[in-house]
Write a new protein. Structure first.
Length: 102
């Protein structure tokens, strides 16, 4: 008899919410002629080829409703740690956004 590791009950469930990230000012996305895009880190000129879905996820307008599965959450975690996206959650909360203007 073997024991299995229990999975977190919500690990496979998509998370729903709104986009609270934006592309960092230090990166650029350029479409490739046969599909996909290249993300360029401007300070180092490092290039990363992205699938169209990844590029679309990075460039969704702030506040857009989204449903994120595990692969999307993992990709966004990597993108945030690499500095490709920045947190703009203040832009989705009108109370915080107004407080920032004072």
């Amino acid at each position: 008899m073997t024991a299995s590791t229990p999975k977190h009950p919500n690990a496979s469930q998509p998370l729903t919410g709104r986009v609270t990230w934006a592309l960092s000012p230090s990166v650029r996305l350029t479409p490739l002629p046969f599909g996909g895009q290249v993300l360029v880190e401007l300070p180092t000129l490092t290039c990363h080829e992205l699938l169209d879905e990844a590029a679309r996820l990075l460039t969704l307008p702030v506040g857009t409703p989204v449903s994120l599965g595990a692969p999307e959450r993992e990709f966004l975690t990597i993108a945030a740690s690499a500095g490709w996206i920045v947190d703009v959650s203040y832009a989705t909360d009108p109370v915080v956004a107004l407080a920032d203007r004072r």
